[in-house]
Design a protein around this ligand. Structure first.
Ligand SMILES: O=C(O)c1ccccc1N[C@@H]1O[C@H](COP(=O)(O)O)[C@@H](O)[C@H]1O
Length: 219
């Protein structure tokens, strides 16, 4: 299966177009007010229209309530929800039923014991995203540009498709893929010149590096 590359936290027409042109499979829009990448519903609607089926639209939420999901459905009509908070297995099931969209559950990783939640989530989620666990005092649970120890996923036996994120950039994405065996990668900070400011050249370099690593691995 071909590698999925997701560029997250897009917030301008220009950088969204760069990501789409460069071949991103998924484009992520953040709906979480404390994030420097937070989008208004209005801008989400505008950027969502621009995608025109060229990539999957991913709506990132953190412990959002039903009214927020309703608003995002109306504005963006995402192809998939990325749940990046402490949503329970029951809440995942509820979100899928209510909103009729697949869900990708972010699982924070710092130590091996963090993977104990997998059987529960794997029964309901459509995809897992392994991300670095944020420090306790962080203002957000992700998008901090810090990696985790990828070797923790070395012997993973997971039937579900999974992606990896946390501190990825063009220089380390090949190694992350090699060590984790993930089917996809997700990046935000690693393609930015400052928090929330996406850099076109860094987006292109990241996608190139991810694709090149895949070509190497099938040879
Ligand atoms: O991007 C954010 O601001 C964000 C806010 C809240 C939860 C997750 C967020 N981003 C996601 O975090 C990971 C890692 O990002 P980074 O590349 O280390 O910056 C990624 O999945 C983003 O989608």
């Amino acid at each position: 299966m071909s590698l999925l590359v997701k560029i997250c936290g897009l917030s301008t027409r220009e950088t969204l177009e760069v990501a789409l042109d460069a071949g991103a499979d998924m484009v992520g829009f953040v709906f979480f007010p404390p994030s420097p990448r937070h989008l208004s519903l209005e801008l989400g609607r505008e950027l969502g229209r621009q995608v025109k089926g060229r990539a999957l639209k991913v709506a990132l939420t953190v412990d959002a309530d039903d009214a927020t999901f309703d608003n995002i459905m109306d504005a963006l009509s995402p192809d998939i929800f990325q749940l990046h908070g402490k949503e329970s297995v029951a809440r995942l099931r509820d979100i899928k039923q209510r909103f009729g969209r697949p869900v990708m559950k972010a699982v924070p990783v710092e130590v091996a014991a963090d993977l104990a939640v997998l059987p529960g989530y794997a029964a309901v989620a459509d995809r897992i995203l392994f991300d670095a666990r944020a420090p306790k005092d962080a203002t957000r649970p992700g998008g901090l540009g810090t990696p985790f120890d990828w070797r923790l996923l070395g012997n993973l036996e997971l039937k579900l498709p999974y992606m990896v994120s946390g501190g990825l950039h063009a220089q380390n994405v090949a190694e992350a893929l090699r060590v984790t065996g993930a089917g996809g990668v997700d990046v935000s900070s690693g393609v930015e010149s400052a928090p929330g400011v996406k850099d076109p050249e860094m987006i292109k370099a990241f996608i190139r590096a991810a694709r090149a690593s895949q070509e190497l691995s099938v040879r």
